[in-house]
Design a protein around this ligand. Sequence first.
Ligand code: GLN
Length: 392
Amino acid sequence: MIDAKERTARRTHGFTESVIREMSRVARSADAINLGQGFPDFPAPDVIKEAACRAIREDVNQYAVTWGTPSLRMALAKKYQDSYGLDVDPETEITVTCGATEAMAAIMLSLVNPDDEVIVFEPFYENYGPDATLSGAKPVFLPLSAPDFRLDATELEARVTERTRAIIVNTPNNPTGRVFSREELEAIADVCRRRDLIAFTDEIYEHIYYDGEHLPLATFDGMRDRTVTISGASKTFAITGWRIGTIVAPPDLTGAIRKVHDFLTVGAPAPLQEACAHAMTVLGREYYDGLAEEYRERREVLHQALTEAGFDAVKPEGAYYIMADFSALSDMDDDTFARHLTTEGGVASVPGSSFFSDRVRGSSLVRFAFCKSLGKLEEAGERLRRYASAGS
Ligand code: GLN
């Protein structure tokens, strides 16, 4: 038998399977409550579901314009103007992709050269490193330290070299729950301007924050032209399976991104883009505020349960995850603990090491997602308390 390595491309050899999706499989087979993979278990708003059905019935069933259906690009331009005062040209600066995941891959493949370096803060969302590798670039990691995961400007500067092309920023942050402050973002903007770098900002959780405010990096002085902003409809409208992601970038960068996006996927699902455009038009500020309010309640329930069960966890400022230290409960490593908690405790999480390049840094951490109905979170809380009092 020939070694699989000989039959597969070298660029795949360093990749491991997604731990997040692996934990969903473990949760299913153990019949556990899945607080691992971050997908909502509650319904999407009726207005978006109705609009999707209507679009399909009206036969919006063929390819959309490659870079996005006009109605969605217009709705996005209006949203960026109304929410952030950003002037975005829907004709030349917006690309709609198959989820934020395709967005980041298309951006790296179109804007980063082989051998370039891309700075990635860690803990990180699991796709950023592999995306850099797929484009032939080298991810350079900048560790942010628990419990507050603040950005140190000097540390950032120290990682910039002649080869650095871009900095990846994710705010509100998965998995730490940080919402970067004006001061931290100003430090990133300052390095980008002085060292001629581009920022790729993943703002998929832009409407889910509890303290302070979400500040798009593109609104900072001199950053409009050197920021590529990713977002999407998955988290905002609880439709992670629809795969609607969005990119805002200056026209020259958008030109390259659109070509790569075209060759990768041709376009995102046409009727679902129409539905998102409709939802963005009829659901405004009030919907976004309500969304954050509901998430705040879920955050309280899970955070309290974790604390009572003996985990050490900081309340997130945004997004819908809690990184929790379990050292007071167990001396297992994170992988063993997460599996044990799933099979014996009935609650699935994601092992912390999957968010670090140096896995040891996550070995006493697990990440819980709280994008679940209150009833399910309360039940999970009960199970966590029971697990802890049974002594793991
Ligand atoms: N963003 C979600 C999470 O972090 C889903 C990720 C995924 O399945 N790739 O859990």
